[in-house]
Write a protein that binds this ligand. Structure first.
Ligand code: C2E
Ligand code: MG
Ligand code: MG
Ligand code: MG
Length: 286
C-alpha cells in the first residue's frame, strides 16, 4: 500500500518501529515484574574533598536482573519514565538512602555535613507528591533533611523558571539541599544560576575527560569552578578516573571529587565497609 504512494513517506507499517515498540513494551512488563521481585536497589559512590575527607555519596539505581545480570540505569530509566514507573523506582532509592544514613548515623560514622544525593527525574521534580514523600520517608527513618541532596539536571532549570524556583524554595524550606547535575551540558543561562536556591553543582564527566588537553575541556572546568566560587556554590567533579585529573582539579580549586579513582558505585554492604575503612584512615591522618 505504501509503495503505491511512492517511497516510505506514507507507510502504515514499519517493521523496525514495530520491533522497537514491542521491545519497549516487553521491557516495561519486565520492570513491573522486577519491582515486585525486589530486583532494584541503590548503589552508592563516595564523594571526597580535595583534602580526602569523605563528604557524601551519590545513590545510583541498579537492576540486578536474574538472567541478564547487572543492568545500568540508562537502559531502563527512560522506559520507566515513559511508562509512569519512575515513581516506584524513586521510592526504592529513597528508602535505600534513608536506611543507609540511619545505619551510618547509628554507628557514629557521619556528621551533619555528610549527605547522600538522589537523582530526581523531571517528572518527579514536577510532582506535588515529591515534598510529601521526602518528608514522610525521612521522618520514618529518623534522619535530617540536610542529609538528602536532590540532584536535578541543568536542563530542568531551563523550563518555567518561576515554577521551578517555587518548587525548589519549598523543598529548601523543608531543609533539603539541591545539586545541579550534568552541569555545563545544558543550554541554560549559567549567569542566572544565582536565581535558584542551589548549594552545589556537578561538572559533567565529559568535561573532566578533556581536562588534561589544554583547550576547551580545561577552560570549561576552570570557568565552572570560578563561577561556583563567585556564587558560593560547592563544585563537584564527577567521573574522575586518573590521578592527573585529580591534581588538575586541585590546582583549579574544585571542592569535591567523585569517580572511579576514589571508588566505583557499591552496594550498601560494600559501601558501609568502604566508608568505615575510609574514616579510620582519616582519623589516623588527623
Ligand atoms: P549521573 O547522575 O550523572 O551519574 C553519574 C554516572 O557516572 C553514573 O552512571 C556513575 O556510575 C558513573 N560514573 C561515576 N564515576 C565514574 C567514572 O570515574 N568513570 C565512568 N566511566 N563512569 C563513572 P550510572 O550509575 O550508570 O547512571 C547513569 C545515569 O542514570 C545517572 O547519571 C542519572 O542521570 C541516572 N540515574 C541513576 N540513578 C538514578 C535514579 O535513582 N533515579 C533517576 N531518576 N535517575 C538515575
Ligand atoms: Mg547524578
Ligand atoms: Mg552526574
Ligand atoms: Mg552525568
Amino acid at each position: 500500500r505504501s509503495k503505491a504512494k511512492g517511497g516510505n513517506s506514507c507507510s502504515f507499517y514499519d517493521p523496525k518501529l514495530q520491533t522497537l515498540l514491542e521491545n519497549q513494551a516487553e521491557l516495561e512488563t519486565d520492570i513491573v515484574r522486577a519491582i515486585i521481585n525486589n530486583e532494584f536497589c541503590a548503589y552508592f559512590q563516595p564523594q571526597i574533598s580535595m583534602q580526602g575527607k569523605l563528604v557524601g555519596a551519590e545513590a545510583l539505581i541498579r537492576w540486578l536482573h536474574p538472567t541478564k545480570g547487572l543492568i545500568t540505569p540508562n537502559q531502563f530509566i527512560p522506559i520507566a519514565e515513559q511508562y509512569g514507573l519512575i515513581q516506584k523506582l524513586q521510592t526504592i532509592v529513597l528508602r535505600n538512602i534513608c536506611s543507609l544514613v540511619n545505619q551510618l548515623d547509628a554507628k557514629n560514622m557521619i556528621d551533619e555535613q555528610f549527605s547522600v544525593s538522589i537523582n530526581i527525574s523531571q517528572r518527579q521534580f514536577n510532582s506535588t507528591e515529591l515534598k510529601n514523600e521526602l518528608c514522610t520517608t525521612i521522618n520514618e527513618f529518623n534522619i535530617s533533611p540536610a542529609q538528602i541532596k536532590l540532584e536535578i539536571t541543568e536542563t530542568m532549570l531551563s523550563g518555567d523558571i518561576n515554577s521551578t524556583i517555587k518548587q525548589m524554595a519549598e523543598l529548601k524550606a523543608q531543609g533539603f539541599v539541591f545539586s545541579i547535575d550534568d552541569f555545563g551540558t545544558g543550554y541554560s543561562c549559567l549567569a542566572h544560576l544565582n536565581a535558584f536556591p542551589v548549594q552545589e553543582i556537578k561538572i559533567d564527566k565529559s568535561f573532566i575527560d578533556k581536562i588534561l588537553d589544554k583547550g576547551k575541556g580545561f577552560n570549561i572546568v576552570n570557568t565552572i569552578i570560578s563561577l561556583g566560587k563567585s556564587l558560593d556554590i560547592t563544585v563537584v567533579a564527577e567521573g574522575v578516573e586518573q590521578q592527573e585529573q585529580f591534581d588538575m582539579l586541585n590546582i583549579l580549586d574544585a571542592d569535591y571529587v567523585q569517580g572511579y579513582l576514589i571508588a566505583k558505585p557499591m552496594d550498601a554492604t560494600n559501601y558501609l565497609t568502604w566508608h568505615a575503612q575510609h574514616i579510620k584512615k582519616e582519623s589516623l591522618i588527623a
